[in-house]
Design a protein around this ligand. Structure first.
Ligand code: T4K
Length: 370
C-alpha cells in the first residue's frame, strides 16, 4: 500500500467557482466576441492593474508567458545582442531570447536565492551585451538594486523573467517583467502571460506585435505574430484573481509545514523566501517548495522513493540545467553554483487544496528516507 491512494502531483491548478465561470461564459456567448481585445480581456487588464498597483498603460496581456517574453525581448531591440542570463530556470527564458536572434550568455546564481547574481552577471558582460535577464526563480526576490546599478552603469536593459513572481509585489522592477499565467502557476488564466514595463511607449508597440503588426486593413509595419489572449482565458483569470488572498494564504500554510519539518536539519536546506533580502513591498508567494539535499544520489533516491512508495510526484525543477540541453551546451561548466543546485534540488507538492496533513505526511516520509 502506498502512502497516498491517488497520486499527489507537484501542483494542481486552482479552479474557480463553476457557476461564476458559467455566468461569465453566458456574457461571452451574448457578446459573440471571442478574442482580439474583447471586453472581458479589457476588464481583466483593469483588474490586474488594480491588484498589482501598475497603471494599465504599463501592462500588456498575451496568450502565454513564452510569447510575452519573446515579444518583450523583440520590442526591446535585443535581436543580434548578447544577453546575460541564468541557466537555473525553465528553458522558455533562453528559448525566447534565441527565437528573437539574441545570444544568451550564462552567469552563475546566488547560492541562497538561486537567482542570477549581479556580480556574476557583471563578469559575464561583453561589449555586445544589451540586456540582463534575471529570473525571480520560485518567486525568490532577485537583487533588484544590484541589477538597477548594472543597468545604469552600462546602459543595458534589465528585463525580469518574473514567471513565478505574481503576487509577490515584484511587479514593476527593471525595464520590463514577465509573469506567466500557466495553470502550473499559483495564479492562472488557463494559459497566459503578462508584461509590465516602465516605458509606456511599449504599450502600443506590443499591441501591434502581438496582432501580426498589422495596422488596419491596409498596412503591416513589422514581422509580428499572433500572441493575443482570448476572452475565455481572460474570464478564467478574472475569476481566479478573486481568490488570490486564499491562494496565497494556503500556500503560506503549506510552506510553513515543510519549513517546520526541515528546521534544524544539517542534511537538508529548505529556503525561506521571507528571510531573503528584498525590496520594500515584497511578500513571499511560496510559488514553489524547493528542498536541497546533500548530494545528487540522495535527491535521486528520495525522488524515486516518493513516487514508488508514496505515490508523490515531486519534480526536479530545474534539472537538467539549461546548459545541459543541446542548444545551450556551450555554457556547460561555466556556472558551478547552478550546476550543483540543479543536481540536489527537488520541488515538493504545493497547491491550493493540498491539505496541511498531507504536506506533513510527505515531509515525514522524506525525513524517514533520509
Ligand atoms: N519562465 C519561467 C521561469 C517558467 O517557469 C516558465 C514556465 C516560463 C518562463 C514560460 O511561461 P509559459 O509560456 O508556460 O506561460 C511546466 C509548465 O508548462 C511551464 O509553464 C512552467 N514554466 C514549467 C516550470 O513547468 P512541465 O512540463 O513541468 O508541466 P507538466 O505538464 O509536467 O505539469 C506539471 C504538473 O502539474 C504535473 O504534475 C501535472 C500538473 N498539472 C498540469 C497542468 C498543465 C495539472 O494538474 N493540471 C494541468 O492543467 O512544465
Amino acid at each position: 500500500m502506498k502512502r497516498f491512494e491517488e497520486p499527489v502531483l507537484v501542483t494542481r491548478p486552482y479552479l474557480p467557482d463553476l457557476d461564476a465561470f458559467k455566468a461569465g461564459c453566458e456574457e461571452i456567448w451574448g457578446n459573440r466576441w471571442l478574442t482580439n481585445n474583447g471586453p472581458v480581456l479589457r476588464r481583466f487588464q483593469g483588474a490586474l492593474a488594480g491588484y498589482m498597483g501598475v497603471p494599465e498603460s504599463n501592462l500588456s496581456l498575451f496568450v502565454n508567458g513564452t510569447l510575452a517574453l519573446e515579444l518583450g525581448f523583440y520590442a526591446a531591440g535585443l535581436s543580434g545582442a548578447d544577453v546575460v542570463t541564468t541557466p537555473f530556470t525553465f528553458v522558455a527564458t533562453s528559448h525566447a531570447l534565441r527565437r528573437v536572434g539574441a545570444n544568451p550568455v550564462f552567469a552563475d546564481v546566488d547560492p541562497e536565492t538561486l537567482c542570477l547574481s549581479p556580480e556574476a552577471a557583471e563578469r559575464a558582460m561583453t561589449p555586445r551585451t544589451k540586456a540582463i535577464v534575471p529570473v525571480h526563480v520560485y518567486g525568490h526576490p532577485c537583487d533588484v538594486d544590484g541589477f538597477a546599478r548594472l543597468g545604469e552603469k552600462y546602459g543595458v536593459k534589465i528585463i525580469y523573467d518574473a514567471a513565478h513572481a505574481f503576487g509577490t509585489g515584484l511587479h514593476a522592477f527593471g525595464d520590463m517583467s514577465m509573469f506567466s499565467f500557466h495553470p502550473t502557476k499559483l495564479f492562472h488564466s488557463c494559459e497566459g502571460g503578462l508584461l509590465t514595463f516602465r516605458d509606456t511607449a511599449f504599450e502600443g508597440r506590443l499591441a501591434e506585435l502581438r496582432n501580426f503588426a498589422i495596422k488596419g486593413e491596409l498596412s503591416c509595419v513589422d514581422v509580428g505574430t499572433n500572441a493575443k489572449m482570448n476572452e475565455l482565458q481572460a474570464l478564467m483569470g478574472l475569476e481566479c484573481l478573486k481568490a488570490m488572498d486564499s491562494i496565497l494564504a494556503s500556500r503560506a500554510e503549506i510552506h510553513a509545514v515543510y519549513r517546520e519539518a526541515f528546521a534544524g536539519r544539517s542534511d537538508v536546506v529548505f529556503p525561506d523566501p521571507a528571510a531573503f533580502p528584498a525590496p520594500r513591498g515584497f511578500s513571499p508567494n511560496y510559488a514553489y517548495c524547493p528542498v536541497l539535499f546533500r548530494d545528487f544520489e540522495t535527491r535521486e533516491r528520495i525522488c524515486t522513493a516518493l513516487r514508488e512508495r508514496c505515490n508523490v510526484f515531486a519534480r526536479r525543477y530545474f534539472y537538467p540545467l539549461l546548459t545541459d540541453f543541446a542548444p545551450y551546451s556551450y555554457g556547460r561548466g561555466t556556472c558551478p553554483v547552478a550546476e550543483d543546485a540543479a543536481r540536489r534540488v527537488l520541488t515538493l507538492p504545493t497547491y491550493f487544496g493540498l491539505s496541511v496533513d498531507d504536506a506533513r505526511a510527505i515531509a515525514g516520509d522524506i525525513l524517514e528516507m533520509l
